[in-house]
Structures are given as C-alpha cells and as structure tokens.
Design a protein around this ligand. Structure first.
Ligand code: HMG
Ligand code: MG
Length: 298
C-alpha cells in the first residue's frame, strides 16, 4: 500500500505527558512549554484536561493554562473533557476544540472515569449537545483498543462499533489508544484491518504508548493502512495514572524522524521540537525518553 504523503501530528505532551508526572509544573512553565511547541510548526497541541482535580491534580490549573497560552493562528489547542461539568468550565475558558474519551474495556472505563462504557457514551452525548450549540469541534478517544491492564487482550471486533458510535455522536475523528503499549504489528494490523473495513480512514488517528518499544513499528502499520493522524508526546512523556504499567507515549521526535525518513510531510521542525522536549524534561528533572533527541546530543 502507498504511504500517505503528509501526516498531521497531534502533540499530546502537555496533557497525556504531564498528567502522570510526580512533579507538578507551575502553570507558567506549562504555558511556556506549549508556546515552544506551537513554535515548532505543530498544528494540533492537546493543551490540558478539564477533568476532576481530585483525580488528576497535575492538571488542576487547566483554566489558567488554557487562558495563558499564546494562541498561534492555525494551531488548534484541544482539551480533554470527561463530563458536562468539565465542558462548562472548558467553555468558560474559551475552548474551541475538545476531546472526549471512552474505552474498549469495561474495567478500565470504571477505573479511569468511574463509569461503564455505556455511561461514558451517555456522558459524551450530553457533552455533544453543548458542543453542537457552541460550534466546538470534538475528537474522540477509545482507550485499550488492543489490551487492558485489568482484562488482558481486547477482541478486535469490540472496537469498530465504538468508533461508529462516537462518529454518530458527532466526533470528527477517533483516536485509537493503545493505552498500555502492548500492541505489536500483528495485533495492530488485525485491529486496523477490522476497523478500516467499516470506517473511512480519514476519520481515524492512532495513539500508541511505547511500553514495549513497539510504537514506531505500529505507526508504520497504521501508515500502511492510510492513517494520516498520529498522536505522540514530545520527549516520550506520558502515561495514565489509571492504567498500571502504561509508560510514555511514543516520542514526537522519534515519530518525526521516521516520517522525515519516509519522505512524509508534517510541517514540524525537528530541531525546535528537540529543544522543547529538553526544556520540559529539565523542568521535570528527568531524562528525555526520545532516542532521536539523545542521538542528536547537545
Ligand atoms: P467522580 O468522582 O465519579 O465524579 O469522577 P462525580 O461526578 O461524582 O464528582 C465528584 C467530585 O468531582 C465533585 O466535587 C464534582 O464537582 C467534581 P465535590 O462535590 O466532591 O467537591 N467534578 C469535577 N471537577 C472538575 N472538573 C470536572 C469534574 N467532574 C466532577 N470535570 C470523573 C468522574 C469523570 C470526573 C473522574 O473520574 C475524572 O476526572 N476522570 C478523569 C481521569 C483521567 O483524566 N484519566 C486520564 C485521561 S484518559 C487517558 O489518559 C487515555 C488517553 O490518553 C488515550 C489512551 O492512551 O488510551 C486519552
Ligand atoms: Mg494516552
């Protein structure tokens, strides 16, 4: 299959990357981080999450961060929203793009959002009413598409109906989350074969955590399926506090190096991205988890 000529990277570092850190960064540092990311040419940066601060204290400053970022023209700054309460606060902060989330595993849904999959879809339907009234663009996530930390392997047939449901509710795009990074080219191929039979590829994105070092090769499988939207997190930051064993997302620097090597356009400047990743890791007091960033030294 012919690979796409261009790909949109959805940078999730400020949200997925920071939601699981032991060190909570001040809002001003998060704002600086996001502004550095928007200077790299990234066109979508997930900025924060309007989730409960009791569940994710790392992002309790969501409104302050969203208000403080210098919104660059042409850049979208979606935020994660779990329920109507979060939607109301997000709307008051002036968001124009949100992301909602459900899961392919009942147990993960309970642990992550204290509700069943069906209840999460009902919450999303309520959020959608407000989104439509206020012309807010909504992306959908499905977590645990390949495996769940509590239930093990997820049957591929479970995911396509959820994708269809989220699209019917009004999501413009669905990101398929390998939350704990257990997918391999074989399981990811079987999953994408099943989904792509039913869903137009333009509606799909992939979101790989890199726990077992399989993310890049899984992304290649997604590219072979014609998928043109890839989520990643600069410096490989990330993890989900409600998914034991989940490590960081695939590093954006590494994804960019792969795409550049394949001749696929992204519009993102690798050098500036590496600098943004090093900046946030310095602030967090941790190593950059990107092979490309480390190889480039400096
Ligand atoms: P709950 O405790 O069942 O909620 O949490 P509740 O409705 O019973 O409310 C309890 C308290 O929280 C109340 O306050 C509410 O007002 C408040 P109290 O009366 O006790 O003072 N509350 C809120 N406060 C602020 N913002 C809100 C909000 N909602 C309620 N939005 C809830 C249910 C969904 C809120 C909670 O479970 C939650 O916030 N979960 C989010 C967990 C999370 O963020 N996980 C990580 C993101 S998902 C992920 O990482 C996967 C992804 O990357 C894809 C992949 O990798 O697969 C997307
Ligand atoms: Mg994630």
């Amino acid at each position: 299959m012919k690979l796409p000529s261009s790909v949109q990277i959805v940078e999730v570092g400020p949200r997925d990357g920071l939601q699981n850190q032991a060190k909570i960064l001040p809002a001003a540092v998060k704002i600086d981080f996001i502004d550095r990311l928007s200077a790299t040419g990234l066109s979508v940066i997930e900025a924060t999450a309007f989730v409960s601060p009791k569940w994710i204290p790392q992002l309790a400053d969501h409104a302050e961060v969203f208000a403080g970022i210098h919104k660059k023209s042409g850049v979208r700054y979606p935020v994660l929203v779990p329920n109507v309460k979060g939607m109301q606060v997000a709307m008051a902060a002036g968001v124009t793009d949100i992301a909602v989330f459900s899961a392919a595993s009942e147990t993960f849904s309970q642990k992550n959002t204290n509700c069943s999959i069906a209840e999460s879809l009902a919450r999303i339907a309520e959020i959608m009413i407000l989104a439509k009234q206020h012309n807010i663009r909504v992306r959908g996530y499905i977590s645990c598409v390949v495996g769940c930390p509590f239930e093990g392997a997820i049957a591929p047939g479970v995911v396509a109906p959820l994708v269809e449901k989220l699209l019917d509710l009004g999501c413009h795009e669905i990101s398929l989350g390998d939350t704990i990074g257990v997918g391999t080219p074989k399981t990811v191929r079987v999953l994408l074969d099943a989904i792509c039979k039913k869903i137009p590829v333009e509606k799909l994105a992939v979101h790989f955590h890199d726990t077992y070092g399989q993310a890049l090769v899984n992304i290649y499988v997604a590219l072979e399926h014609g998928i043109r939207v890839i989520d990643s997190s600069v410096a490989g930051l990330g993890g989900c506090p409600y998914a034991p064993g989940a490590s960081g997302n695939v590093a954006t620097e590494d994804v960019l190096y792969l795409l550049q090597g394949l001749g696929i356009e992204t519009g993102v400047d690798l050098k500036k991205l590496v600098e943004a990743g090093r900046f946030v890791c310095e602030q967090l007091g941790q190593q950059v988890a990107s092979k490309v960033s480390l190889a480039l030294g400096g």
